[in-house]
Ligand binder design. Sequence first.
Ligand code: FES
Ligand SMILES: [Fe+2]
Length: 417
Amino acid sequence: MLDHALNDSLSRVGQGTPMGETMRRYWLPALLSTEIPEPDCPPVRVALMGESLLAFRDTNGLVGLVQEACPHRRASLYFGRNEECGIRCVYHGWKFDVDGNCVDQMNEPRQFNDQVKITAYPTLDMGGVIWAYLGPPDKKPAPPEFELTKAPETHRYMTKVWQECNWLQAMEGGIDTSHAPILHRKLTDDTDEPGISPNSPFLQGAAPDVEVETTDYGYRYFGIRPIGEDQTFVRGYQYVMPFTQLRPSRYGKEVVDGHFWVPMDDYNVMVYNFGYSWGADPLPENESALKDSGNNLDEDVDPANGFRSIRNRDNNYMLDRDVQKTQTFTGIHGINAQDRAIQESMGSIVDRTLEFLGPSDIAIVAARKLLEQAMDTVKDDGEPLGVAPTYYHVRAAEGMYSKGEAWRESLLSRMHP
Ligand code: FES
Ligand SMILES: [Fe+2]
């Protein structure tokens, strides 16, 4: 249980807030690379960390991430023209390059553009994501080279969906392993609905013991589920500060799935869903094969509507009570939609002063502790965990072990190759 003050400071991410300043010390996913696919393509609005930004790819292919409001009289640059190495406001024709320099003022007979500069953040285009750094320039970390960013396009996927609640409760839902075979359970294999099969070890295992081991980038943790008398099914996950989770993929031993939970503002989070094969085999081209495997593709998002899902709070996520009776635990179609429904139902910022936590929640408690420590570290001008590039090669892995077998060594060697 947290007090109100800590709940608030863990959740809120605006400029000048403790978590806002802490999270601005990391590279943040700002948008998908495919949203601005080519030079001079249409610009894209980006809501990130409570800031209203605009992303564009200029004539030379360079990515700009700038304030959305034109500094002249605050018109939105979204309506601007992306032309000849800059974004030009259509109101009076002021034009800005990817570094935020004003390079032209069409309405002024005597230009004073050298006195005008807009906010522009450094970006990286890696792994299907445009990353941005919103923090102090002298503290900019090494690029976020997760193993994912090294996978060829044939070996990875990257999608995103807008979720209408605070980033932290969404992330806590992702970290929480004990809910998965409950919320995402299929009642039968005789259904086309996605979900976790009754025959999966995930579902056949008993409720898990959860073990957490702190590292220099966050922690790794294990969900340990006894199956019958003789077997143990162990899933090993990674939490990389401040909002990344890696999880074993149901698709195969050489595939890792994961999420980034990136705050849009205090009440909205963009959830990035990714997976990659680190082995020789590419991912299947057929997306349904990945979905069947339990991966986290989100088929119902509408890019034209800011990547909001068609299954959302306005329609109760299209809950079907007949499906709930006979096919899946929730009656909601899709694993991600099930997660969103539940996490959004807790309120925009869940009131953690009213919780009743148990041992299965220890990974969530551990994340809160690390985030609290990170806020203190940043306040004291130190470097929080997960900024230094010690997480580049970490993976997630799972395994079935017979009773008494040393699962930890075996899993660790696969999680830290
Ligand atoms: S408001 Fe943009 S140029 Fe005037
Ligand atoms: Fe879930």
